[in-house]
Design a protein around this ligand. Structure first.
Ligand code: NAP
Length: 281
């Protein structure tokens, strides 16, 4: 059996959970593999690619600062990566580089597995950073009717809105009044800010906007540590369905493994195995 050789590259790269996710999958599948964390500084991507080709690396995941820089080296780029202008997964085959973005797939799968269908729905996103951009663009690809992005810095929300061509899209400032207004016809509310995350000293100061969210809506926090942020606790207490960011994290990794290994995987089984591993980490 041929050894599978995968890397995660970035700078810094030590914090990434990718090695745990991928090593668990490869171990569960009984494959012979080597998984490396490789620190690749900005400007050193070309050297890494040459080395990867020479050493017969089968694929690599990318984190900061390479997600955009890799694009000029690719022989193929998938629809999501093109839309997000960012690549997090590269499959190396016959010396050619195939680029994908699995973050959007991770997000969409997590939401769909909770029984949510994006088609014709209204989505409200709090925050306008990298994660908010992925989530907004993927929601549009999945058929959302209307997307509202509320952010502290209005300009960042407007920049994402400008990329949304197919659905109704609005940007607004992040405050209780504007959020409340947006929630009146919302089906899926997403927190894509770090408010309430372990290690971040700021949290939502006022969650009264939940008064305006209609019953049956799904409330999603992209944060997975803690498992239940104050945002999710409040939503749960008010009877809303809730979802944290754990599934998105795991599914984006599993989707990458599907690409690396060119085979279907038992996502529900592997998700539970990865969850166990990450909890002990
Ligand atoms: P980012 O690019 O740094 O963006 C952070 C966003 O939050 C910005 O829009 C920022 O507003 C806003 N923000 C920060 N502090 C705030 C505050 N005190 N009040 C109001 N807004 C505030 O971060 P990111 O990469 O998008 O990540 C955002 C969150 O998603 C993080 O919690 C991250 O852990 C999570 N995430 C989860 C997954 C997953 O797989 N589950 C994947 C990616 C990210 P300004 O523009 O005004 O600065």
């Amino acid at each position: 059996m041929q050894k599978i050789r995968l890397d995660i590259i970035g700078d810094p790269v030590s914090h990434s959970k990718s090695p745990i996710i991928h090593s668990t999958v490869l171990t569960e599948l009984g494959l012979d593999f080597e998984y490396r964390r490789v620190r690749v500084k900005k400007g050193e991507l070309k050297d890494y690619i040459d080395e990867a080709r020479e050493q017969g690396i089968n694929g690599f995941s990318l984190t900061m600062p390479h997600k955009k820089d890799i694009i000029e080296f690719l022989d193929y780029i998938d629809e999501d990566a093109k839309a997000f202008d960012a690549v997090n997964t590269v499959k190396v085959k016959d010396g050619k580089l195939f680029g994908y973005n699995t973050d959007g797939q991770g997000f969409a799968l997590a939401v769909k597995n909770r029984g949510f269908d994006f088609e014709g729905k209204n989505i409200v996103i709090l925050g306008a950073g990298g994660a908010a951009s992925t989530v907004a663009l993927k929601s549009e690809i999945e058929g959302a009717k209307k997307i509202t992005i509320l952010n502290r810095t209005l300009q960042s929300a407007q920049s994402i809105i400008e990329k949304l061509g197919k659905c109704e899209a609005t940007a607004d400032i992040f405050n209780t009044y504007a959020i409340s207004k947006a929630l009146m016809d919302c089906d899926l509310l997403i927190n894509a800010t770090p408010l309430g995350m372990t290690g971040v000293d700021k949290d939502f100061e006022d969650l009264s906007f939940f008064d305006y969210l209609r019953g049956g809506s799904l409330v999603y926090d992209l944060i997975y540590n803690p498992e239940e942020t104050s945002f999710l606790k409040e939503a749960k207490n008010r009877g809303f369905e809730i979802l944290n960011g754990f599934d998105m994290l795991i599914y984006q990794g599993l989707w990458a493994d599907k690409i690396f290994l060119e085979r279907d995987l038992d996502f529900p089984y592997l998700k539970e195995k990865i969850k166990e591993k990450l909890k002990n980490f």
